[in-house]
Design a protein around this ligand. Structure first.
Ligand code: FE2
Length: 287
């Protein structure tokens, strides 16, 4: 079988911290995933399933506990301002949805098929992973009306292993542009090291950020936009600094992202990591 990533691809990934894989999905596959997400949302009744409803601020969960409670299910994150004080959704679900997560890869047959697909196995194998685990999966809507912003961060902050191993595969299901809130990255920033990690505070049980060193402030002018066509996969390292800006266009920027870590005995997922999934993270497997 031909390698998914050529030696040149791997070299660029190691240098830049990210790689664009054009035509990773066909337009039909993008549509299948969008339609599946729409069907999940349409079938979801926030009143009957309050445990699976979370409020989002900007484009993210309001508190880390939301992320923790959704590691092994399909939860729905809505814009906080779309709810009344007594918790009723004030508008149509499709106008307030921010994201769906964080176990679509395990709990839904369509997303399971793509998350555990042959290309995912090939990438893990080409990168040298022996026992890849899926840490989480997220479906982003990035609706223009909600104007969500994701501030600069590194994904290994939450999915921290020793040694570091997190990487993401971010699939553009619609064209991602400067105006509708594409990913922005600082090329090579993964070489600067991981700035913070999230651990569980022993006393309060809550999440706590700990600094991993002294770092120069991020230079906003170092970010570059990754404008990509629907069907493109963005493979990026867990230490790559990335963000996304407001969607100032009139259309959504839907995307699906899966995060992987190495589960081989050469790597450790520390017990003090704040993010823990009941029963542990599942292995990338063949469907
Ligand atoms: Fe991220």
């Amino acid at each position: 079988m031909q390698a998914m990533l050529s030696p040149d691809d791997i070299s660029r990934y190691k240098t830049q911290g990210y790689l664009l894989l054009n035509n990773f999905l066909t337009i039909d596959e993008c549509r299948t995933m969008r339609e599946r997400a729409a069907a999940l949302l349409a079938a979801f009744d926030p009143n009957l399933n309050p445990r699976l409803v979370f409020h989002a601020k900007g484009n993210e969960h309001v508190s880390n506990s939301n992320l923790m409670e959704s590691t092994d299910n399909i939860s729905f994150f809505f814009a906080a301002h779309a709810f009344s004080l007594d918790g009723r959704l004030l508008c149509d679900k499709t106008e307030a949805i921010v994201k769906i997560g964080h176990a679509l890869h395990d709990c839904d047959p369509v997303f399971q098929r793509y998350s555990h697909g042959p290309k995912m196995h090939e990438i893990a194998r080409n990168l040298g992973y022996k026992r890849p685990l899926i840490g989480q999966s997220r479906y982003f809507y990035k609706l223009p009306r909600l104007k969500g912003v994701i501030s600069p961060h590194q994904d290994s902050t939450v999915l921290y292993t020793e040694p570091l191993s997190c990487y993401a595969i971010w699939l553009a299901l619609e064209n991602a542009t400067h105006d509708n809130g594409c990913l922005w990255v600082i090329p090579g920033s993964h070489h600067m090291g991981l700035r913070v990690r999230v651990i569980r505070d022993e006393i309060s049980g809550k999440s706590r950020l700990i600094s991993l060193g002294t770092f120069a402030p991020l230079d906003d002018s170092s970010f570059i936009p990754l404008e990509v066509a629907a069907g493109t996969a963005v493979l990026f390292c867990g230490e790559l600094v990335h963000k996304s800006n407001q969607n100032i266009s009139t259309r959504s920027r839907q995307a699906y992202a899966v995060h992987f870590i190495e589960g081989d005995k050469s790597h450790k997922y520390p017990v003090e990591n704040w993010l823990q999934r009941p029963g542990g993270f599942g292995e990338l497997h063949y469907i």
